[in-house]
Design a protein around this ligand. Sequence first.
Ligand code: AMP
Length: 285
Amino acid sequence: MKVFKESKTIKLYLQKLKFSQKSSNFTVGFVPTMGALHAGHISLIEASVKNCSITVCSIFVNPEQFNNKKDFELYPIDIANDLEILEKAGCDVVFVPNYEEIYGRNYLSKDYDIDGLDLILEGANRPGHFQGVCAVVHRLLEIVNPNDLFLGQKDFQQTVVLQRLVDKLNLGVKLTIMPIIREKNGLAMSSRNVRLSEYARENASFIYNSLLNVKHSIGNTNLQDVLKNEIEKINNIPNVEVEYLTVVDGNFLQSINNWDESERKVALIVVKYEGVRLLDNVLLD
Ligand code: AMP
C-alpha cells in the first residue's frame, strides 16, 4: 500500500499508473474519509476493491465543513491505526494531505450552486457544511480523478448533494452508495460514537428503532401522527433531544406530509445524545 502526503505526487503517480495500463477496463475507485475508520468505512473500501482495478482512500479532517470549532477539535484522529486497517482491507493507495495540499495558501471559498440542497436539513443546522463538503470532494476528485466514488448512505443528504455536484459540474465520476453498517444494537457506526458514554452507546438502539417504527407504519397511520409520536417517545429519554425526524423525497430532500407524496421516501433522523449529534436514516421504498 502506497501512502502519499502531497497532491502533486499522488496525482502524478495515478496518472502514470493509468497511462501504463494496456486495458481500457482499468478503473480507479475512490473512498474519501475523515479517518477514525470503522466497519462502515471498510465496507466502502471493500466495495471499491471488489469493483475497481485499484482503490484510493483519502484521510483528511476537512475544517471547511465544520461549522462548530469544538466539533472539529474533538474529531478523533489515529492515522497509524487507520493505515493498518486500510492495508488489511486491500486498499492500494492512501492520500493523507494537510490543509495546504488541499486548499493552497490563500484559500478563497467558492460558492457551489447545488440548487439549495445545501441549505436544508443538515445544511440548516450546520450552515456552510455542504459548501465545505463540495469544496473538499471537488478538489479530491481533481487530484485522484477516479472512475468510481464510493459513499455511505449513512450521510444520505451528502450523497444527494454530491450527486448534484457531479451532475452540475459534469465531473464524470460514477457514485455508488453503500448501505449503513450498524453496531449489533442497531446504532449506525460513526467516528463520533466514541464520544458517547458506554451506557449511551449500548442504549442508543432507540434511534434505529424509531426509524423502523416509521417504516412499519407506512400506509397504516397518518405520517404526521407517526412522526409526532416517535419524537415524543425519544424526547422522554434522559439526555436525548431530537433535532429532526422527518420523511423526505429521496431525490429532492423535501419533507412530505403524506405517505403517497413520494415514491422514493427516506426517513431521516438527527438526535443529540449526551451532546453528541447522531445521524441515521432508513430507505422506505
Ligand atoms: P466520514 O469519515 O465520516 O467522512 O465518512 C466517510 C464515508 O464513510 C462517507 O461516505 C460516509 O457516509 C461513510 N460512512 C460513515 N459511516 C458509515 C456507516 N456506518 N456505514 C456505511 N458508510 C459509512
